[in-house]
Write a protein that binds this ligand. Structure first.
Ligand code: CP3
Length: 392
């Protein structure tokens, strides 16, 4: 392995020590096409796994996230079971808010619920700061996990400022984030202050994971799809830039070549916002990879986003409960279309549904690893699933 140095990352960091620097996942994010497509699943840890359900008996979600041994073990479960190409640190987007002192709980079957919704400038100004030491359980959990994972990279993640702000303003899950969008448009100063706070807090959460050993960093802006493009660019993208800035300058060199920790940006955004997920309202490519939800075919996404960004996705999670042939067909189709991008990391188009049969996920990983993408022809009407879809 070539010796690497970094002025930012610790010499023990798996990218700097070389342990994960040439892994298929990291190199695919950095634009190097892999013959066998690397794969991981959003929400691969969690309720689809019986071994997870066993560990969670009597333990609240956020307590599990903040127990370094437990969070580490839960992160490793799907890696052991499915043979995926990455772990994603077991935590939640609201963990840094909780660590700052915000009163939040995660209710099973519902999601995060806040005791005091944030709706005025006074509310925003009363939000606490995050003591850096409060992130210690996250750092410890990541360090422990990375030591166990060895050559398999760990992905760190955080919620994007908009998705977090939408939860904070609504006080919990909502369908179309009406209150958040009203605040954005009617009290822009309050909105900007709130986005500044969430960007700062979530950026710290992300950088804690990268510093402790994560080899890639993904920002989830799950709810950004409720925004118009203009509102996204004006009221949201600058805060996401700030969150990413916390992990953007991470040079390390491998054989004289300078590389950075790859940045991935995912949202349920559909085609109208997708180009902004590459640029975040700037004039250039801002991230290394864009996670595409299941609604936009990857070749269309590649045509929109250009050839300087890796695509991640986008098997429809609904197919995990469909007959195997349908899932296998769709997977071939996704990999075929993924060839239009500079490189491709296979994933679902959103998270694993809790009722998923985990043996299907293991089989799916085996299938994806067995496909030599060079033998797939470009997406064409001859593909079996297109033929079936076109049949009367
Ligand atoms: O394996 C992984 O992907 C890592 C773990 C992870 C969790 N949450 C664990 C979790 C990740 C990456 C998240 C991110 C997250 N959390 C997002 C962004 C991704 C997305 O799904 O769009 C969002 C919006 C949240 C907020 C949240 N937390 C929701 C909507 C829920 C589901 C509530 C439910 O029970 O249906 C949670 C809880 C949560 N986060 C669970 C897990 C495993 C389930 C809690 C449980 O096991 O009881």
């Amino acid at each position: 392995m070539p010796a690497a140095v970094s002025t930012v990352l610790d010499h023990n960091h798996p990218l700097v020590s070389g342990v994960t620097a040439e892994s298929p996942l990291v190199r695919a994010y950095q634009g190097v096409r892999q013959k066998r497509t690397p794969v991981w699943f959003m929400r691969q840890a969690g309720r689809s796994l019986p071994e997870y359900r066993d560990l969670r008996v009597g333990v609240r979600m956020l307590d599990a996230c903040l127990d370094p041994e437990l969070s580490s073990e839960i992160t490793l479960q799907p890696v052991r079971r499915h043979g995926v190409d990455a772990g994603i640190f077991f935590s939640d987007i609201v963990v840094p808010l909780k660590l700052a002192g915000v009163d939040v709980e995660i209710i099973a079957g519902k999601g995060p619920v806040f005791a005091h919704p944030i709706r005025t400038m006074e509310d925003v100004l009363s939000l606490p700061d995050l003591d850096p030491a409060a992130l210690d359980p996250v750092r410890e959990g990541v360090a422990h996990t990375v030591a166990e994972l060895g050559a398999t990279p760990l992905i760190g993640f955080a919620g994007a400022p908009f998705t977090l702000a939408a939860y904070l303003v609504e006080g919990g899950p909502s369908k179309d984030h009406i209150r958040a969008r009203t605040l954005m448009r009617s009290q822009p100063e309050t909105w900007t202050a709130l986005m500044g706070w969430t960007a700062h807090i979530t950026g710290k959460f992300l950088s804690a994971q990268v510093e402790a050993g994560a080899s890639a960093a993904q920002l989830f802006d799950s709810w950004a799809g409720s925004l118009s493009r203009a509102d996204y660019v004006r009221y949201v993208a600058p805060a996401s830039v700030r969150a990413f800035d916390a992990v953007r300058n991470t040079p390390y060199t491998v054989g004289g070549e300078t590389r950075h920790v790859p940045l991935i940006h995912f949202g349920l955004v559909g085609p109208q916002l997708l180009p902004e997920f590459r640029t975040l309202g700037t004039e250039r490519r801002f991230v290394d990879a864009v996670g595409v939800d299941y609604r936009t075919p990857l070749d269309e996404a590649a045509a929109q986003l250009g050839s300087d960004v890796t695509l991640q996705g986008n098997i429809d999670p609904a197919l995990l409960a469909a007959p195997w042939d349908r899932l296998a067909d769709d997977t071939h189709e996704v990999l075929r279309r993924g060839r239009s991008a500079r490189s491709h990391v296979a994933n679902l188009g959103h998270g694993v549904p809790p009722e998923t049969d985990p043996t299907v996920l293991t089989r799916l990983v085996e299938l994806i690893h067995s496909i030599d993408v060079d033998t797939l022809t470009h997406a064409s009407p001859q593909s079996s699933s297109t033929q079936k879809a076109a049949a009367p």
